[in-house]
Every structure is written in C-alpha cells, then in structure tokens.
Design a protein around this ligand. Structure first.
Ligand code: SF4
Ligand code: SF4
Length: 126
C-alpha cells in the first residue's frame, strides 16, 4: 500500500498539460481536473506539506492551513482551498502556491482513480 507521499495528489494543470501534450492537445480546457476535484476531497490526510520551503509555505494563506501546520485545512475530507462542485466545476483557490503533493501526480494514476471512484466519476486512463 503506498504511503501518503506516494499517493500524492494529482492535480490540475500540471498533469493536465502533460495529458494534453500526450494527446497532442494544446488547449488547457481539455483538462479533466477542472470538472473533477475528487482528489482534493478524497482524504484529509492527502494534502500534507512535504518538501515545501518555508517561503513557499508562507505564501499559503493561514485560513487554508491546518491548525497542526502539517498540511492544508480540510472540512471533513475536502481541502478548504477547493472551490466549486466536485464532478462539475472545480478549481484551487491557491493554485499558484499549492503544496508539492498537489503538483506531483497525473490524471489517470492510482490516486486519481481512487478519488474519482469515491465520487462515482468515470476513471481516466493515462
Ligand atoms: S482526481 Fe484526477 S481528474 Fe480529478 S482533479 Fe484529481 S487528478 Fe484531476
Ligand atoms: S491545495 Fe488546491 S490542489 Fe491541493 S488539495 Fe487543496 S484544492 Fe486541491
């Protein structure tokens, strides 16, 4: 079973850009993430801080940071920075400053599939 770091969230346009490149698509609107957000609401244990510098962490507004300072604040399993309706239209309120785990993965990997399955969304095959 992979640990939290290995399961690091796969988010948004980093992954989507690569997915689009692989498909030969330049248009970011092709991202599956903007109509998903499932991995931002899979587990309060997922959006944890790992390798960020102090400067990077300082850029995240404190209202989005957990009391323990170990990661993002969550409301139940949903990250407080997630905006919108899961499976419909979502975005990250701190996209430019999101934690490293949120940058690490790709749509279609194991974490993505687990998260999408939780919300009854069709799986993505990378
Ligand atoms: S679960 Fe997959 S498709 Fe959905 S936002 Fe995360 S990486 Fe993107
Ligand atoms: S910080 Fe942004 S990308 Fe990371 S889990 Fe929260 S909403 Fe998702």
């Amino acid at each position: 079973m992979p640990n939290v770091g290995e399961l690091s969230l796969q988010l948004r346009l980093d992954g989507a850009d690569r997915l689009s490149e692989a498909a030969g698509i330049a248009d970011e609107t092709a991202s599956p993430c903007t109509a998903c957000g499932a991995c931002c609401a899979y587990s309060r244990e997922w959006p944890r801080f790992t390798t960020e510098s102090d400067e990077a962490l300082d850029r995240i507004p404190s209202k989005f940071v957990a009391e323990s300072l170990s990661g993002m604040r969550c409301e139940e399993d949903r990250c407080a920075a997630l905006v919108g309706r899961i499976g419909v239209e979502t975005s990250c309120a701190i996209y430019a400053d999101r934690p490293d785990v949120c940058r690490a993965c790709l749509p279609g990997d194991d974490a993505c599939q687990m998260a999408r399955e939780k919300y009854g969304l069709p799986l993505i095959y990378a």
